[in-house]
Design a protein around this ligand. Structure first.
Ligand code: URA
Length: 478
């Protein structure tokens, strides 16, 4: 039996080194126990059966490493063993991760998802309080993460609050930023966190202006720590009044129900729905800002997330942000966006009522002198980014998705979908989404022949008119 003791709850390198040595020594998962050292002396405790120094190598899919790096931050004490079992099985079955129904794959995927969601909650919910004054002021926040995410989440705060020295105190580990580097110290008790200061009022009014009823579904554990907690009850009441007004209005003007405000139901399906609804677009935008799902983030200025009302009935999907969008951080603000605005107006669709997004959320380009030349995203990039489209779709639940161009069609339909054969008619997808394809406005901009350009533009407007008609029809049927 081998008893592996890791340095800390987040000791991925320790787990990886031990797992590699165990696997190369053909040690079965059932012959290994894993735990984390309680104190430094334990780190040097011998493993019961010494391992031979690892000979040879083996490879695992890059996706496993990415998944393991995140899943290891889950609080489940079985995670180290589960990861080793998966690693062991992957050596025999290299494509195992493709089998989403495999219990080990499903469990590790769910763990990684829970960790990411906790990271995103921390990004959205940490509230700093000022301690000290002027030159000596320091900003301190208290947070209780569900999982071991402090090291994972800290770089986000270093970027976001680069100009102020801060500390985030948690029961597990504390993160500190001095304007140059992030450091970590052991966790502390809540009593060490400051309780009130002059920032409180600022947070309260800021929060009142951005309040979204999604916070209603937030566990009390989180909102109790927010300075704006005292404003939450009146805000919820205000939101409910707004909801009632909207529902009353719906009697004369059919509109998609505001499902985030429905009372919760007890079934599993309903709680899954509630979780998905909790994917408020602003929270998704925050989470996507840190997306590393493919390499495109490395050269792009920022993630360009979708934009528009969460109650939008039409979701327009483009390919990827262009140069202007990359700099502005907003979709369709450059030449293609202007063409789109014009066509929407001619089709009688108010852009302010549409949610506009892209299949790929980072600008892909090659530098050519001072110019950044657009590059078409490839299939792995489209697939890596599809999670965001799926979550936007779940949050918005539009009546119709309009995919503009081949990349958008591939993402929306989940496979390569020829435009000309399918354009201009609503198609019901297996997941219940109603989708339509048309050309991308950039295609119209690129057409060299003026007649062809005018003709194709009219067809594009015609497709958008069909989208508008589909909506009118579904509004009548509702
Ligand atoms: N082209 C796109 O597909 N999306 C944008 O946001 C801009 C140009």
């Amino acid at each position: 039996m081998h008893h592996i003791i890791l340095d800390s709850e987040t000791d991925f390198d320790g787990w990886r080194n031990a797992a590699r040595a165990l696997a190369l020594n053909d040690v079965k998962p059932s012959n290994v126990t894993w735990r984390v050292a309680n104190d430094a002396s334990e780190l040097f405790a011998p493993t019961h059966q010494p391992l031979e120094p690892p000979q040879g190598t083996f490879s695992v899919p890059a996706r496993f490493v990415e998944l393991a790096e995140v899943a290891i931050l889950h609080r489940n004490p079985e995670r180290f063993a589960l990861l080793y079992r998966l690693l062991w099985r992957l050596r025999q079955h290299h494509d195992l991760l493709e089998i989403a129904t495999d219990p080990d794959v499903a469990e590790i995927t769910a763990m990684a998802k829970a960790v990411r969601s906790d990271e995103h909650k921390m990004h959205a919910l940490v509230r700093f309080r000022e301690v000290g004054r002027e030159q000596k002021s320091h900003f301190v926040a208290w947070f209780e993460p569900e999982h071991h995410i402090v090291e994972l989440a800290a770089p986000f705060f270093a970027r976001r609050f680069a100009d102020m020295p801060w500390s985030i105190l948690t029961p597990d580990v504390c993160a500190h930023w001095d304007g140059h580097a992030v450091s970590f110290t052991p966790g502390v008790a809540k009593s060490e966190a400051p309780t009130a200061d002059r920032l409180e009022e600022t947070w309260r009014s800021y929060y009142a202006s951005i309040f979204n009823p999604v916070q209603k579904e937030m566990p009390g554990k989180y909102w109790r720590n927010l300075p704006e907690a005292s404003s939450i009850k009146p805000l919820i009441e205000g939101a409910e009044r707004t909801a009632s007004a909207m529902i009353a209005k719906a009697a004369t003007e059919p509109h998609k129900p505001q499902t985030r405000l429905e009372p919760s139901v007890e079934s599993d399906e309903a709680s899954e729905m509630a979780r998905r609804r909790a994917d408020d677009i602003e929270m998704l935008r925050e989470e996507a800002a840190d997306c590393r799902a493919c390499h495109l983030y490395k050269h792009a200025t920022q993630t360009v997330f979708g934009e528009g009302q969460q109650t939008a009935q039409i979701m327009l999907v483009g390919e990827q942000p262009g140069d202007k969008e990359d700099l502005a951080g907003k979709p369709f603000v450059g030449p293609a966006g202007q063409m789109l605005d014009r066509a929407l107006e001619e089709a009688g669709i108010d852009r302010r009522k549409v949610y506009v997004t892209n299949a790929v959320k980072h600008f892909k380009f090659v530098p050519r002198g001072k110019i950044r030349l657009h590059q078409k995203p490839n299939t792995p990039e489209i697939k890596a980014c599809r999670q965001w489209y799926e979550r936007e779709l779940a949050a918005i639940r539009p009546d119709l998705v309009v995919a503009m161009g081949a990349t958008a069609a591939q993402s929306v339909f989940g496979k390569i979908t020829p435009i000309n054969k399918n354009r201009g008619r609503p198609i019901d997808l297996d997941d219940g989404t109603r989708a339509m394809v048309t050309v991308h406005p950039s295609y119209l901009l690129r057409l060299p022949d003026a007649d062809a350009k005018a003709r194709e533009y009219r067809r594009f407007v015609q497709d958008l008119k069909i989208a508008a008609a589909v909506l009118r029809k579904s509004a009548h049927a509702a």
